[in-house]
Design a protein. Structure first.
Length: 296
């Protein structure tokens, strides 16, 4: 979907308000990482970096991967760009389609738990000019960074309301080959979130609703959930739904359409697609292979 003039105007208003409030840099890119707006509150460091064609290409990669991760996770988790700065992304969605992503950040932090978005970092530390500009960058705590992601998300959703139903249309996130089922969960809020998900599998379970239930920001909850479980929230919900689908296919007489609705999928075709991607079999073939006799 292409941004209309009205969309572009609203997106620019969001970034102006956000940068005026937080003094954090922001930019809008499309779903290929191409910049579609002016640079709001850009640091001198990043202006110099983006004038270097090699560095700029890696900046675009960070913007694209950060945006796609935020879309898959349904959250806005901070990450380290290739230059070592902290950035985060909020998707702009309209009528179920992604218009692009607002990328924000260009800050430093002493928090070492925020991971790089690319597998390798750019070696720029021999550049005297960049070293001097790097020292002028703002330093934020992890709490300040996560608060900034929440503020941007609130601003975006005021103009572009996030539809929980969109979650069904998100790209499938591959489940790991091995899931550590007995992994100890130490945080009580994570245990509470897992219980909430289990009780609401038949509903449209969204990151927002889970986060509100346990009184944490979406970005922070998404981060600690993956730290504790080894899975993203999307992966965990999909895993539980596939496990329950297998039981219903084997032990119940519910139709595949009924199973789909029971597990919170509006469209049976989408449920079948997810099931096959997770198991390599269609629900029909899985039932035919493993179904138990009614009197068994």
């Amino acid at each position: 979907m292409i941004c209309t003039n009205e969309d572009t105007k609203l997106i620019n208003e969001i970034m102006r308000d956000f940068t005026n409030i937080t003094k954090i840099a922001a930019i809008f890119v499309n779903n290929r990482g191409k910049v579609l707006s002016q640079e709001y509150n850009f640091s001198p460091f990043c202006k110099v970096v983006r004038r270097n064609p090699i560095y700029a290409k890696r900046c675009n990669q960070c913007d694209l991967y950060g945006g796609l991760d935020a879309t898959k996770e349904l959250s806005s988790c901070p990450y380290r760009c290739h230059m070592g700065l902290i950035d985060f992304s909020v998707p702009i969605m309209k009528d179920g389609a992604i218009l692009g992503f607002i990328m924000a950040g260009q800050t430093k932090t002493e928090d070492t738990t925020i991971k790089p978005i690319l597998p390798t970092q750019t070696d720029w530390h021999d550049d005297t000019k960049l070293r001097a500009l790097y020292r002028t960058l703002p330093v934020l705590t992890a709490e300040q960074i996560y608060s900034a992601t929440k503020v941007l998300r609130i601003l975006v959703e005021h103009y572009f309301p996030f539809n929980d139903a969109i979650a069904e249309e998100m790209p499938y996130e591959q489940l790991p080959d091995f899931v550590e089922s007995e992994r100890p969960i130490n945080r009580p809020e994570i245990r509470k979130a897992m219980l909430y998900i289990e009780k609401n599998l038949s509903k449209r379970v969204s990151l927002r609703r889970i986060s509100e239930h346990i009184h944490l920001s979406e970005s922070y909850f998404s981060k600690i959930f993956k730290d504790d479980t080894g899975l993203s929230v999307v992966q965990y919900i999909t895993l539980l739904r596939i496990q329950e689908a297998k039981k219903l296919l084997v032990y119940s007489q519910l139709t595949i359409n009924q199973i789909s609705k029971t597990l919170g999928y509006n469209r049976t075709s989408y449920f079948c697609k997810i099931f096959k991607m997770a198991t390599t079999e269609t629900p029909h073939s899985y039932r035919k292979k493993y179904a138990k006799p009614i009197d068994a």
